[in-house]
Ligand binder design. Structure first.
Ligand SMILES: [Zn+2]
Length: 107
């Protein structure tokens, strides 16, 4: 018998140590944006998302206030997917006499 003068556990009572692994899951909030024209859904207004790309549609009127103590804005907007923008909105606003133009930017 070994362990003379000390503790001797049978194999079934051997002390086991545990390693606890903590995983922090970052909570994120997403807003479902639904196209008013066709009902298509997007995550936070990011349409047709791919790895490093997505489409967005922004057309709104905003009245902004920016006083030293704070500000804000109010206005009019709508939710629209890129397909409805190209097939419905763009032709409609061009029919009203507005000229649309292509925009391009790299950064
Ligand atoms: Zn749509």
């Amino acid at each position: 018998m070994s362990g003379r003068g000390g503790w001797c556990y049978p194999p079934s009572m051997a002390i086991k140590t545990h390693t606890t692994k903590k995983t922090v899951v970052q909570e994120s909030t997403h807003t479902l944006v639904v196209c008013d024209g066709c009902g298509a859904e997007s995550d936070d207004g990011r349409w047709n998302p791919q790895n490093f790309e997505h489409d967005s549609v922004k057309l709104s009127l905003r009245h902004k206030t920016y006083y030293p103590e704070g500000g804000g804005f109010r206005g009019i907007t709508f939710d629209c997917c890129p397909k409805c923008f190209r097939e419905k909105v763009q032709p409609a606003i061009e029919a009203l006499g507005f000229k649309t133009r292509e925009i391009d930017s790299d950064y």
